[in-house]
Design a binder for this molecule. Sequence first.
Ligand SMILES: CC(C)(COP(=O)(O)OP(=O)(O)OC[C@H]1O[C@@H](n2cnc3c(N)ncnc32)[C@H](O)[C@@H]1OP(=O)(O)O)[C@@H](O)C(=O)NCCC(=O)NCCS
Length: 170
Amino acid sequence: MTQDLICIRHASENDAPQISEIHETSWRLAYQGMLPHLALEKSIARRGPGWWQSQLQRSRSTLVLEMHGEIGGYATIGRNRVTKLPYHGEIYELYMKPTYQGLGLGSRLFNAARRTLESRDASNMIVWALKDNSAACRFYEGLGGRPVAEQNEKFGSELFRKIAFGWAVT
Ligand SMILES: CC(C)(COP(=O)(O)OP(=O)(O)OC[C@H]1O[C@@H](n2cnc3c(N)ncnc32)[C@H](O)[C@@H]1OP(=O)(O)O)[C@@H](O)C(=O)NCCC(=O)NCCS
C-alpha cells in the first residue's frame, strides 16, 4: 500500500519550535537586504517558539505542510483584516523552509489554505505581499491572484509598498 508522504494539517503546540525556525530562516532569505536590518531582526526575535506556542494554543489558524515527519512550511489564515475590501478570508502568511522552496509544495499549501477558508464560509480571499518581494508576487499571480489594492507598511523608519492579491470563489 502506498501512502502520500506529504500531509497538510492544522498545527499543534508541539509544532511551535519548527514553525519558529521556518519563520526565522525564510524571513531572512526573503527579506535580508530588502528590509532595514534592525527592523527585520526585531520582527524575527519577537516571534520565537514561545510566541508561536501561545498562538497555536489560542486558535486553529495555522496549517503546516509535513513531509517525512518534518515541517516544510506553514500558512496562517483568518478573516480579511482590511474591512473596506470586499473579501472575507485572508492568508496572512505563507512561508516555506528554504530547502522546500521551488518544488511545488508552496502551491499545495496555498490551495489547502484556500480550501480551509472556503470551508469556513470565506468564499473569496486576499493575500498581501511586499512589492519588492517579486518572487512572492509572481507566485501569487501564477496561482490566479489579481492585484486588487496597495498600501504602505512601515519597517523601522522606512515605508514599503505592499500589494493585495485577490481571489474570487472557486
Ligand atoms: C513564495 C513561496 C511561498 C512559494 O512556494 P514554493 O514552494 O517555493 O513555490 P512552488 O514551487 O509551489 O511554485 C509555484 C509557482 O510559483 C512561482 N515561483 C515560486 N517561486 C518563485 C521564485 N523564486 N521566482 C519566480 N517564480 C517563483 C513559479 O512560477 C512556480 O510556477 P511553475 O510551477 O510554473 O514553476 C516560497 O518560495 C517562500 O516561502 N518564499 C519565501 C517567503 C515568501 O516570500 N513568502 C510569501 C510572503 S507574502
